[in-house]
Structure formats: structure tokens, C-alpha cells
Design a protein around this ligand. Structure first.
Ligand SMILES: C[S@@+](CC[C@H](N)C(=O)[O-])C[C@H]1O[C@@H](n2cnc3c(N)ncnc32)[C@H](O)[C@@H]1O
Length: 277
């Protein structure tokens, strides 16, 4: 068992502090997490029952978004803050819908990157970049992006459950704007973002508990208007920015009976229609 774990645990990892990637993995039922991550997830679930369901709704939203973009003709994806490989990774969803799609994953969590590298070792169409999404120039200059992303063709840019990990001081709106400018007309941008617009007390205490652990990942839930502004002038496709459970639900697991759970993470998809957007 220890040997199995060694293959995905890089050296010098702080396993005593929860990480966003591993806590989310645990909430989704994954196995790439440590006691600190499980304690953080369980404490969050005690403060805010249903948070694991919120994570699952976000993951289901990701699947619908990728299939939607493929239906619109997108064949290459930049998945920013891709997280731990788990059920329904972008390259797997894309491959099922349209074999040959290209995917560049980006994450800063060393374990998410190590595990993704193992999963993608024999894959010519998908690769991961170990980087901070706050530096788009480095990401576009990386060898996986140069090999797999053609900026003469529309790109599907995914920022799912990512931007609430970027603090206000780092200006997440400006980070998103940089990606919007770099991709060509016809590209799509998907965002999902944790909010404190509902269940405010619970989400504030759950996030406060996580942030007090003082790991690299510090969460900032944001109100609707701030998340909507991140799309800039991109045209939001129907139904706009909504609780992610309400974004084109298509089957079991996409939406729940609980209205607050459906809206705890906002989700939307925008399209670039003019070159200067
Ligand atoms: C909750 S997971 C989301 C995974 C996936 N996008 C999804 O929605 O299912 C968020 C991921 O974003 C990554 N992340 C957070 N801030 C980042 C940053 N500045 N640069 C790169 N990755 C980041 C974390 O390491 C984590 O793996």
C-alpha cells in the first residue's frame, strides 16, 4: 500500500496542511488525499451539510460544459486549475464526444500534477503544465501549450472552481481578462465560482476554517456581480450565469432538490464574438 502511494506523492510535500485539490478530491469520493484534507472536508461538511454535493454538482457542470463546447466545434481545451484526476476528466469526456481533441491541464498543486503526469504518460493529445494560472504568459509559452494549443483556432478555456482560490489582492478579474484577450474569436470561457450569496454564515465559517489552516490555497467566495464581471464582454450563452445545478441540467446528478445547494457555486459559459474582447 505504501509503495502504491509513493508513486503519486512527490518528495517534500506538506501533508499536514489541507490543499484545495485534495480536499475537493475527498469530497468527490476520490482517494488522493491525506488525513488533513479529510479532516478539513469533514469539518466543512459538519458546518455546512451538503458541501460534498456542491462539489459533485460542480464536477457534473464541468462535464456538460465540455460536451457543450464540443457541440459548438471546440477541439482544444485549456483546463486551468484542473485538480486531481478523478471521475470525468476533460480529456476523457472530450475523447468520448469527439476523439482527437487536445487538452492542456494546468495546476499548481504538486500532487495533482504528479498524478496527472502518470495518467497522461502515454497520451499524445493531453498534457499537464505545473504552473500558477496567474501567469498566463508562462502557460502559453510552455511546451505542452505550444504543442497542443493552436491559437489560430478557437479554444475552450475552463476555469472551474478555480477563481475563488485567487485572492482579491491578486486581481482575479485581470487574470481572466488576460486569458480572454489571448484566445481567438469563437473561443469559449467557462467559469464556476463559490459564492456566499446564500447560506452566507455557513459558507463563511466553512471557508474561514479552511483558510485558518494557512495552506497555499485560501478561498474567497464572491457575489454574483463579481463573478459575472469576470466574463467581460464575452457573450453569455443561455441560461447565463446561474447556480451551476441550473446550467442546462441533463440528467441525474446534475441538479438536486435543494435550491441552495444548486446555487452555492455559480456557473456560466461565455463566447468571444469580437477580436478586441
Ligand atoms: C477545486 S479544484 C477544481 C478542479 C476542477 N477544475 C473541477 O472543477 O472539477 C481547484 C484546483 O485549482 C488549483 N489552483 C488553485 N489556485 C491555482 C493557481 N493560482 N494556479 C494553478 N492552480 C490553482 C488547485 O490546486 C486545485 O487543484
Amino acid at each position: 500500500m505504501a509503495q502504491q502511494q509513493d508513486s503519486w506523492i512527490p518528495p517534500d510535500i506538506d501533508t499536514d496542511t489541507p490543499s484545495g485539490a485534495r480536499t475537493y478530491d475527498y469530497l468527490l469520493g476520490g482517494s488522493h488525499n491525506f488525513a488533513a484534507d479529510r479532516h478539513a472536508a469533514e469539518a466543512a461538511e459538519r458546518i455546512m451539510p451538503g458541501i460534498a454535493q456542491v462539489a459533485r454538482l460542480n464536477r457534473a457542470f464541468l462535464g456538460r460544459v465540455v460536451r457543450f463546447m464540443i457541440d459548438q466545434g471546440i477541439r482544444q481545451f485549456l483546463d486551468l486549475g484542473s485538480g486531481m484526476p478523478t471521475v470525468g476528466n476533460v480529456h476523457q469526456i472530450a475523447d468520448r464526444a469527439h476523439p482527437g481533441c487536445r487538452v492542456v491541464y494546468v495546476d499548481r498543486d504538486p500532487i495533482a500534477v504528479a498524478h496527472s503526469e502518470l495518467m497522461l504518460a502515454a497520451n499524445d493529445h493531453a498534457a499537464i503544465v505545473h504552473a500558477d494560472v496567474q501567469y498566463p504568459e508562462d502557460i502559453f509559452a510552455s511546451s505542452p501549450a505550444c504543442r497542443l494549443i493552436n491559437l489560430d483556432e478557437p479554444v475552450g478555456v475552463l476555469m472551474l472552481a478555480l477563481l475563488h482560490w485567487i485572492p482579491d489582492e491578486a486581481d482575479p478579474g485581470a487574470v481572466v481578462a488576460d486569458y480572454r484577450r489571448r484566445v481567438p474569436v469563437g473561443s469559449y470561457l467557462a467559469i464556476s465560482h463559490l459564492t456566499s450569496d446564500q447560506q452566507t454564515d455557513q459558507i463563511t465559517s466553512a471557508v474561514g476554517m479552511f483558510n485558518r489552516a494557512k495552506g497555499t490555497d485560501q478561498a474567497t467566495p464572491r457575489p454574483y456581480s463579481q463573478v459575472e464581471a469576470m466574463f467581460g464582454d464575452f457573450e453569455l450563452v443561455e441560461p447565463g450565469l446561474v447556480g451551476c445545478g441550473h446550467w442546462r441540467p441533463a440528467g441525474t446528478g446534475d441538479i438536486t432538490d435543494d435550491p441552495e445547494t444548486n446555487r452555492q457555486i455559480y456557473g456560466g459559459v461565455g463566447r468571444k464574438v469580437h477580436p478586441n474582447q
